[in-house]
Write a protein that binds this ligand. Structure first.
Ligand SMILES: O=C(O)CCC(=O)C(=O)O
Length: 295
């Protein structure tokens, strides 16, 4: 999650008027997760599905290359390493309708089935994709945060399916605070570039721990092989340390909404900054956010 800051293009992110027809005319791969994996997700707010997307490594890298080679032609692209800081921390989201590899992934891969099973939801509705690249030498930590309050949605059935596109040692992989999805707190969104909290005037939100040393509880982290997936709840606190990235580390994530998710109005800017004509409690419209899994 990042506030679009360095290069906020004004491009319209949705280039297909109504994606529901595409959703209806395509089929997603089905896979069955074992109960232990689903239990991990429900208990810890995060689980690992090794090797789930090996065949997608090359297409998803090619998709990310398109965006990184011409960032001005895509929506919501950001650089979060400050000038003078080593390396590069790039991220981009809401380009799945512009990048053919991303569109094919959303419409055909097993990500929808995996998300639905983890969320214990009869349906999985696609919210958007988000990809990340930390170049070799980067020391910028991903600040501790959880994703839900950045978004104009609320609910308890949510999942990000985050795929490593490069082998990633444990020291620079994303780290999670076990069980934080059920701690009852909503944490103020945080800027990736400065690590500072958004200026939200919402007394119901609290500031996230500044680092994992301030977080109480078990930290879950693992080395990843390209093609491995991490699935985590939008409410699970996560971040990284500033350990230097030795070799380029890219990742591609898809964000999924389950049965109980509804539109909500936040007391500040959301990410993506979607301008939707919806009332609190409405379902997210299928024309923009297609349901890609129904059990
Ligand atoms: O890859 C990273 O360091 C950040 C990932 C993240 O924050 C997310 O997927 O929400």
């Amino acid at each position: 999650m990042a506030e679009s800051q360095a290069r906020a293009t004004s491009l319209k992110w949705n280039v297909i008027d109504d994606v529901s027809a595409l959703a209806a005319s395509t089929q997603r791969r089905s896979v069955e997760l074992d109960n232990a994996t689903i239990d991990d997700f429900q208990r810890d707010g995060v689980c690992y599905v090794p090797g789930a997307f090996t065949e997608w490594i090359e297409p998803l890298r090619a998709g990310l290359d398109r965006v990184m080679n011409s960032p001005d032609e895509y929506a919501f692209t950001s650089d979060s390493a400050e000038p003078g800081e080593p390396g590069r921390f790039f991220d981009t989201y809401c380009n799945w309708q512009r990048v053919p590899e991303y569109l094919t992934f959303a419409l055909t891969s097993s990500a929808a089935a995996i998300a639905a099973q983890c969320m214990q939801s009869a349906s999985a509705q696609f919210f958007h994709e988000h990809s990340f690249a930390k170049e070799s030498g980067t020391q910028k930590a991903t600040p501790w945060h959880h994703d839900l309050p950045y978004y104009c949605i609320d609910g308890t059935q949510t999942a990000s399916v985050y795929i490593a596109l490069d082998d990633t040692p444990e020291e620079t992989a994303v780290r999670f605070l076990a069980g934080s999805h059920r701690d009852g707190n909503t944490y103020v969104p945080r800027r990736f570039r400065t690590g500072s909290d958004y200026d939200y005037d919402d007394p119901s939100m609290v500031s996230a721990p500044a680092s994992e040393d301030e977080a109480e509880g078990e930290i879950i982290s693992r080395a990843l092989v390209a093609g491995d997936a991490i699935v985590f709840d939008f409410r699970t606190l996560h971040g990284t340390t500033p350990a230097p990235v030795a070799d380029r580390r890219r990742a591609f994530s898809t964000r999924w909404l389950g049965d109980d998710v509804r539109f909500v109005k936040r007391l500040g800017v959301t990410s993506p900054p979607l301008d939707l004509d919806l009332a609190p409690g409405d379902r997210m419209p299928e024309s923009l956010f297609p349901t890609l899994w129904r059990s």
